[in-house]
Design a protein. Structure first.
Length: 158
């Protein structure tokens, strides 16, 4: 039987329902309800990633029934990496400047709580596979997260 499993010892949090018995989180089994108030713990995790400029926090989130799993990155690092990828593209190269300009440094309210999670090396979980296999770059509004878990979903075949 194919299916995702969580990394042992990972915490689970849901706005819609408590963690399933046995602590396992499986894609498609968590009901999806958008958080009217962003989860304070998730905002704090995002703020810690921003302040540390670290990309070691691994998170799995559910948004509208879609599961995304991967490492969080500070916004500045995420923007730099997206700009690098776009710059190398013939068709998308002109958009690299939008990400590289750094408007996040000049925006008002710099000390405000983060509103987005910035994933790199992330995958959208589709059944028992993660796409893309190499990982992608995703920006997710914290207010749209209906459930989340610390840790990465690991896929296996039995």
């Amino acid at each position: 039987m194919n299916g995702p499993r969580r990394v042992p010892g990972a915490a689970c949090r849901s706005a819609a329902a408590p963690a399933p018995a046995g602590g396992r989180v499986q894609a498609g089994r968590i009901s999806s309800a958008v958080m009217s108030n962003p989860d304070e713990l998730l905002v704090a995790i995002s703020a810690a990633v921003e302040s540390e400029r670290s990309n070691q926090m691994v998170l799995t989130v559910v948004l509208g029934g879609t599961v995304i799993t991967g490492r969080l990155a500070p916004e500045a690092v995420w923007r730099e990496r997206v700009a690098e990828v776009l710059k190398d593209s013939d068709r998308l190269g002109p958009f690299a400047d939008v990400f590289a300009r750094g408007p996040w440094e000049n925006r008002p309210g710099r000390g405000e709580a983060p509103t987005h999670l910035h994933f790199h090396l992330a995958r959208i979980v589709q059944g028992s596979i993660g796409i893309p296999e190499t990982g992608g770059m995703y920006r997710v509004a914290i207010k749209d997260v209906s459930a989340w878990s610390v840790g990465d979903l690991v896929h296996f075949d039995r």
